[in-house]
Design a binder for this molecule. Structure first.
Ligand code: G
Ligand code: G
Ligand code: MN
Ligand code: NA
Length: 253
């Protein structure tokens, strides 16, 4: 309850900010994931793992999630003015509660319209659990947004319980291999097998497969050798404020 009050104030006081972590394809930056940060005036920086669950329970995730969507789209519109950044995609994490709002589709359309961001560069990250709560509603929302160009990725893939038949029905563009499988992909034969299976599954369904949590050159090489050349992780860059991300992207190519 205390945190809930703090978060309400924080929204009014503009204490939330987005950090950006690059997504790369071999030697090219292709996009960024927007990651929410709370700069608390006295407690310092609070990571989303701590406050997102509370925001989700209290319903504050609705105004907060809307703020994230607008902030990410504003950034995307800003990048559009810079030739070196104009093609970058923006991945935004969507919470279950936000996605199941009846006006979610309108909210996304409005954020795009108001900011002037290009719909084709916006990618919404959904998680397995939320997709299956109401599959028909999920598909309907995804289809409406895909019609204007918005893309969808399935975050933390492999940790949930998607049945493969649902995976086939959902109009996804991308699978994100959860970082728990990437962490020991070089040393654990099980994790290696899981990673290979996800890559094969994604490829056979015509989905782009991106590995999260890539921290070492050995992991990167393993993934490349096994048909996954989209990567995200500390090996490339930690999530950074917009200005630092932009400088990093210019330097990386
Ligand atoms: O950035 P970090 O690794 O601390 O993120 C931890 C968790 O918080 C991740 O599961 C991530 O998906 C989630 N998260 C980060 N930013 C957002 C956001 O803007 N909205 C929602 N709903 N979750 C987020
Ligand atoms: O659940 P989601 O994929 O949205 O969470 C992304 C989270 O993963 C962010 O909190 C981000 O800081 C974290 N992250 C990104 N890259 C790495 C990495 O290479 N190693 C670790 N341990 N965490 C990472
Ligand atoms: Mn994510
Ligand atoms: Na993830």
């Amino acid at each position: 309850v205390e945190m809930e009050k703090d978060m309400r104030l924080a929204l009014e006081r503009h204490e939330f900010d987005l950090f950006f972590q690059p997504q790369v394809q071999r030697d090219k930056v292709i996009g960024a994931e927007a990651l929410l940060r709370w700069k608390h005036p006295t407690k310092g920086f609070i990571p989303p793992g701590v406050f997102v669950p509370t925001a989700e329970e209290s319903g504050l995730i609705l105004p907060l999630g809307e703020w994230v969507l607008y902030a990410a789209c504003r950034q995307l519109a800003h990048w559009a003015q810079n030739p070196a950044l104009a093609e970058l995609t923006m991945s935004v994490n969507v919470s279950p509660r936000q996605f199941y709002q009846p006006n979610f589709v309108e909210q996304v359309q409005q954020a795009l319209q108001v900011t002037g961001a290009k719909p084709g560069l916006l990618e919404l990250e959904l998680t397995e659990g939320m997709l299956l709560t109401d599959v028909e509603d999920t598909i309907q929302k995804m289809v409406q947004l895909k019609a204007i160009g918005v893309m969808f990725s399935l975050d933390d893939f492999g940790t949930g319980y998607s049945s493969l038949s649902y995976l086939k029905r959902l109009p996804l563009d991308k699978l994100k291999i959860d970082q728990s499988f990437v962490r020991e992909v070089v040393t654990s034969t099980n994790d290696a097998a899981i990673a290979r299976s996800i890559i094969a599954l994604g490829n056979s369904l015509g989905l782009q497969v991106i590995a999260e949590g890539v921290e070492t050159e050995a992991q990167r090489v393993f993934l490349a050798k096994n048909g996954c050349s989209y990567w995200q992780g500390f090996y490339f860059s930690r999530p950074q404020p917009a200005a630092e991300f932009e400088a990093w992207a210019h330097a990386y190519g």
